[in-house]
Design a protein around this ligand. Sequence first.
Ligand code: ADP
Length: 476
Amino acid sequence: MAPSIDSSARVLFVTPECAPMTKTGGLGDVSAALPEALRAAGMDVRTLLPGYEEVLGVMAHAQLRASVRVLGFDCRLLDAGAFIVVDCPELYARDGSPYQSRDGRDWDDNPVRFGVFCKLAALLATPDSPLAWRPDLVHCNDWPAALAPVYLHGERERAATVMTVHNLAFQGLCDPALVGPLEVPASYFTPDGLEFYGKLSFLKGGLVYADALTTVSPTYAREIQTPDFGSGLDGLLRRRRDVLTGILNGIDTQTWNPATDARIARRYDAGRLEAKAENKAALQRRLHLPVDEDLPLLGAVGRFTHQKGIDLLAAAADELVAMPAQIVVLGKGEPEHQRELAAVAARHPGRVAVAIGFNEDLAHAIEAGADVFLMPSRFEPCGLNQMYSQRYGTPPVARATGGLVDTVIDGVTGFLFESAESAALVAAVRRALAAYRDPARWTRIQRAAMARDFSWGEAARRYADLYRRLATVPQR
Ligand code: ADP
């Protein structure tokens, strides 16, 4: 349900990815859902996106509003209603993801690609904007949007700025020689500004110069102020803690709804949980595992990175299989993790299936068909999959960190474990499977998980409050 926000603040939501056009992770989902929730509540929110091929492809109706030269590049501003697209084929229309080529290497010119993007975002928030529509507030998301507050700082007349950190580990570090080409004032390149140990840090720029900072869960907001989670920026975040808040992400409850999900074998809800068995059988068949209703099926979906604890899962797999259980994993990422998981699957034919790739349909099938969802993350700013899995009656076993702490109730809607070690993961799965073998208890847990409200309403209300507070304060 849409929150009731009676605000007339105009907001430019600046993001490098937005589902369904482009999505590499949670930011893509958030960038689709949050502006939509705010618009549904009556706010005037427009999303600024780079003109990747997938974006231009669905914006054929967009109107050309202005042509501007930014940092030496000719850019066209396309107006597609809720979206403003920066069309500069030379920078954005490439075969690959927003950040990488198909072979998984970052584009060499990412700092310039996103520098141009940020410079344009800033331009739109000043009286020099070529557009008639001018935002009161610019909401910047992650490092590719983080130079916008830097460019706006010191402008006589400008919009307020919010910097949201979806993942502090991605900072957009680049060569200091780019200070000039990016037209960052040289006086800002100091340890108090956007210098990070000799490099130019996009994210640090945003964290220093934005009027307000947010991150995507209250626990992660506290964690990033500590050396263990702060990626070298914890001191800065402690200094700015008065303007830092954690606002938990919501999920798209229409896309992720087992009662209406067209991507799963059989739809179900909390009153028809027995139908979940059909989804389990369909998943087992799809991944060439023996169909066995009684064998617990553990599922995982996500980027294969150190962050996600894929190595912990690989190290735990032999013991998990021996419980006994089947395991299905979907994801892609670092080759060493892909190799580790492939070796696990080879050791346990018929018990472990690993699907490499990005596959939305299979992600839905795993949420619906698994009995238990695994999320052994070392850190997790918010995490979406544990919310999806609770909604699908697939209780998560998750590490007690970041947004996982804020969304999983241990022993009630899922299972949390403290230490980032495979033994702790194994022990938590053991606890989960003990509950699984007690059908009445398991159903209680599934229903408690499915009853949780992870919709965007509350988050949208909080962002709207923040926008209103900032938009009414005169800016420097
Ligand atoms: P992060 O943003 O750190 O990758 P989140 O849990 O916040 O993690 O969001 C991940 C999103 O991307 C979820 O919607 C998840 O389902 C999706 N996802 C990640 N990897 C894959 C994959 N290999 N195939 C399909 N969806 C994926």
